[in-house]
Design a protein around this ligand. Structure first.
Ligand code: AMP
Length: 158
């Protein structure tokens, strides 16, 4: 399966000295979402390149407008989503893991803001995908191997 992670794509863009890269980095360093049109454009280009039977979108969509745009892209490709996996981790464990990772956008202030943004903009996707019967929750508080096993079991044909 092709693994498309918007965070990885954005970090690669941010390391280029382009206006777009600088704009993305400002948002990432502040723990904000990069504007929808930027992220949607990135995924749209990747999906339109085609040549992949199956893909895993990691960290996308993160807002309802992104989910709506994804629906349109997948309609166009006649490639419906099989499943949406929510890896659930409680707030304290999440903060401990993020601060232990050593990424430059993992300062306490940025992490706090990311969690606020998550509640405001990303959590509504639970209802969005629950209504479409696509949502599977996985307990992410366990070890890597157990979480991997549950994710794999949730993916049809994997
Ligand atoms: P991640 O590697 O998934 O933790 O993403 C790192 C940062 O990239 C996030 O904190 C956001 O600033 C930005 N980002 C990643 N994915 C998205 C997305 N789908 N929409 C908006 N911003 C994103």
């Amino acid at each position: 399966m092709v693994h498309l992670a918007t965070g990885d794509l954005l970090r690669a863009a941010a390391s280029d000295e382009t206006e777009l890269g600088r704009e993305a980095k400002r948002h990432m360093d502040a723990g904000e979402l990069v504007p929808d049109h930027v992220v949607i454009g990135m995924i749209d280009r990747r999906l339109s390149e085609g040549a992949s039977d199956a893909f895993l979108l990691d960290g996308f969509p993160r807002s309802v407008p992104q989910a709506e745009a994804l629906d349109q892209m997948l309609d166009r490709l006649a490639a419906p989503l099989d499943v949406v996996i929510a890896i659930e981790v409680g707030r304290d464990e999440l903060i401990a893991r993020l601060l232990g990772r050593g990424r430059s956008d993992d300062t306490p202030e940025t992490v706090e803001n990311r969690l606020r943004v998550y509640v405001d903009q990303t959590e509504p996707l639970f209802d969005y995908y629950r209504e479409r019967s696509l949502l599977r929750a996985v307990d992410g508080e366990r070890g890597i191997d157990e979480v991997y096993g549950s994710v794999r079991a949730a993916v049809p044909h994997a």
